[in-house]
Design a protein around this ligand. Structure first.
Ligand SMILES: CCCCCCCCCC(=O)SCCNC(=O)CCNC(=O)[C@H](O)C(C)(C)COP(=O)(O)OP(=O)(O)OC[C@H]1O[C@@H](n2cnc3c(N)ncnc32)[C@H](O)[C@@H]1OP(=O)(O)O
Length: 218
């Protein structure tokens, strides 16, 4: 199998890389597969001990050279924030789903997603904190796309039905309004037919520190 990789210079610039994965993207996906395999493995103890030793050696190889800066925050042409290190969306973060959002013609943020068994909280259901994390992200994206990027001040959730893993779901969010440095959005995780599973509203505040010295920021 031949995989066309983004060049090293492209990896910090998603627009330059286009749809080609970087070597770091591929490593990240492999680590996600590894984590899924760990949660589900039934191999014997002695095999687990050997695998752990091999992983420790690989971890040391990765630590041989550390990044000196965080992954940069960028915005795609639709205005959706992209950050390779993000805990929900990051292409370089094995912890991330990763969630890929797009903006629909009416300005809604929409992301198709499928949770995995690693996201389990109550038996057979997704952990409520994981659902909250996804909703925090898509509501924040809706606000950012509307021009009011900020930090989450308050996130309110209503868990309507259990959230399954291993099934296609949809997360959507809409910007509502802005008053000064405060912006509101609402959203939900739903079944593909629109049946809501978790509903959220959020207040996002552009920190005073981001606006200091900016005329008309209040
Ligand atoms: C940029 C790309 C974004 C991409 C999407 C990202 C989505 C993910 C977003 C996150 O997860 S952010 C991480 C979780 N949130 C935080 O860590 C926020 C921590 N808190 C803070 O940094 C500050 O408290 C905050 C920026 C929220 C407010 O600090 P400020 O000093 O700018 O606000 P200030 O104290 O001047 O208050 C401004 C107004 O907001 C109100 N306020 C402040 N904190 C609030 C709060 N937490 N909830 C509700 N209202 C709040 C405050 O009462 C006041 O209301 P009024 O104007 O009506 O007087």
């Amino acid at each position: 199998m031949t995989i066309e990789l983004a060049s090293a210079g492209d990896t910090e610039d998603p627009a330059a890389a286009g749809d080609r994965p970087s070597a770091l993207d591929l490593l990240t996906q492999q680590v996600r597969d590894l984590v899924d395999a760990v949660v589900l493995t039934g191999v014997p103890q002695d095999e687990l001990v050997e695998i752990t030793a091999e992983l420790a050696a690989l971890t040391d190889r990765l630590r041989a050279l550390r990044r000196t800066s965080r992954h940069p925050l960028a915005f795609d042409p639709e205005g959706v924030p992209r950050h390779a290190g993000n805990a929900v969306t990051g292409s370089a973060n094995p912890y991330a789903l990763p969630l890929v959002s797009r903006v629909t013609s009416d300005g809604t943020i929409r992301a198709e997603l499928s949770f995995r068994q690693i996201h389990e909280g109550p038996p057979t259901s997704v952990h409520g904190g994981v659902s909250a994390m996804v909703l925090d992200q898509v509501l924040g994206q809706a606000v950012a796309v509307a021009g009011g990027a900020g930090m989450t001040g308050t996130l309110t959730l209503r868990y309507v039905r259990r959230v399954p893993y291993g099934e296609p779901l949809v997360a959507t969010a809409e910007y509502l309004r802005t008053e000064g440095r405060k912006s509101w959005a609402e959203g939900r995780i739903a079944l593909p037919d629109g049946t809501p599973l978790v509903e959220a509203t959020g207040l996002f505040i552009t920190p005073r520190l981001w606006t200091e010295g900016t005329a008309g920021s209040q």
